[in-house]
Design a protein around this ligand. Sequence first.
Ligand code: CTP
Length: 449
Amino acid sequence: MIKVITYGTFDLFHEGHYKLLQRAKQLGDYLIVGVTTEEYDQARGKLNVKDSLLTRIENVKKTGFADEIIVEESQGQKFRDIKKYNIDIFTVGSDWIGSFDYLKDYCKVIYLDRTKNISSTMLRIQVEPIQRIGIIGTGRIANRFVPEAALVSGVNARGVYNPNLKSAKLFANKWGIDAYEDIEEFYQASDIVYIASPHGSHYSYVKQALEHGKHVLCEKPLCFSKEQAKELFRYAKDKGLILFEGIKTAYCPGFAKLIGIACSGIIGSIRGVEACFTKLESNSKRELGDMTYGGSFIELGSYCMLPILKLFGYDYEEVRFDSIKNENGIDLYTKVCIRYPNGLATATCGLGVKSEGKLLISGTEGYIVVEAPWWKTSYFEVHHENPSDIERFSERFLGDGLRYEVCDLLSKIGGDTRNDFKLTRSDSETMAGIMEQFLAEREGRRMNP
Ligand code: CTP
């Protein structure tokens, strides 16, 4: 009996898939089809797959060509499957020519001609027209955003607005997009607005973009008052628009895995969360130059509050702030202590003060440690009383990681609510409330030293 194996995502099942499976079956007597998991697709950079794994398996099954369907979860699995299932022929479409030649030592490798003019990517675009992204702001993060967004099929960075037209033009030339002087024209040419302007302008731009009927992805911090955050989310909901706060950690697969594992009881009941993020920056930079919205906690606090709120929730009893400030009253180093009925959390932020950027989650039966850069979560360890008893977990974090939030935003616009848990409206509102309290105390102390 000749055994054949093939793999694919088989998203939005189409004629190309059907013909590939038909020909694969004709190559032998028994066909095994490997269907990729969502996690594996994400890890290899294939974002924005529409159908669930179950639907994709069901569609492969319906063709009647597969004698057996397996799930492909990770890189390196093909080699193991070939051994495990005693495979004679490995086959995939001709778009992969050369990629699997390394398997030739173990079985025959056949690249079948790809069916012309059809692909899942094409269908995704037909199902949901390309969303045009307009960018407000031209700083460092906006420059990272454009190449990341380019990796997500279904969106396209098209235009940029900056009240300083010269900066907008420089940015536009660099990325081959349009610069706008007139913000009305900018909104007309955008479906989604990505806001990466100075912190103090976030609230008004978010509001304006929503009023123009646009979905919004706003860099953290979204705004500096709980009431304002509530108002923005309420407005977006009423208008049927999506508003996302861009805290990249929240959307990356490793962080979702970390939270899932921490909440599974693996370290018993969680009693402590300590998150630290520090950067060495020169004083001239925006972070310390902005007298109202500069400083270490405003700049980095969103990251540190994220695991705290995800693990302990919103019903804290007390928040205390302590900072070391520069001569302008801007905090260089801040510790925030949040007390919960059954747990203690600290967020430590530094600009121009360096510390070990670690995330430590302590429980009644062990602890989880995520080393720096934990905010780009890719590896973590679970420890117990016995020091040699360590469980290790890893997940891919690709590039600058902004692709994940763009991908989730796009899915949400398409009506997919599966990822809603990653960063909720309550998370953002609570963070805005804590920032509000911090700023009030900082102001108060500055006024009455
Ligand atoms: N395939 C094919 N002809 C097409 C499309 C896909 O023969 N027009 C083959 C691929 O070469 C692969 C299998 O079908 O062997 C599964 O491909 P998959 O990547 O799931 O489909 P694509 O349509 O290529 O998906 P995407 O656009 O997301 O890359």
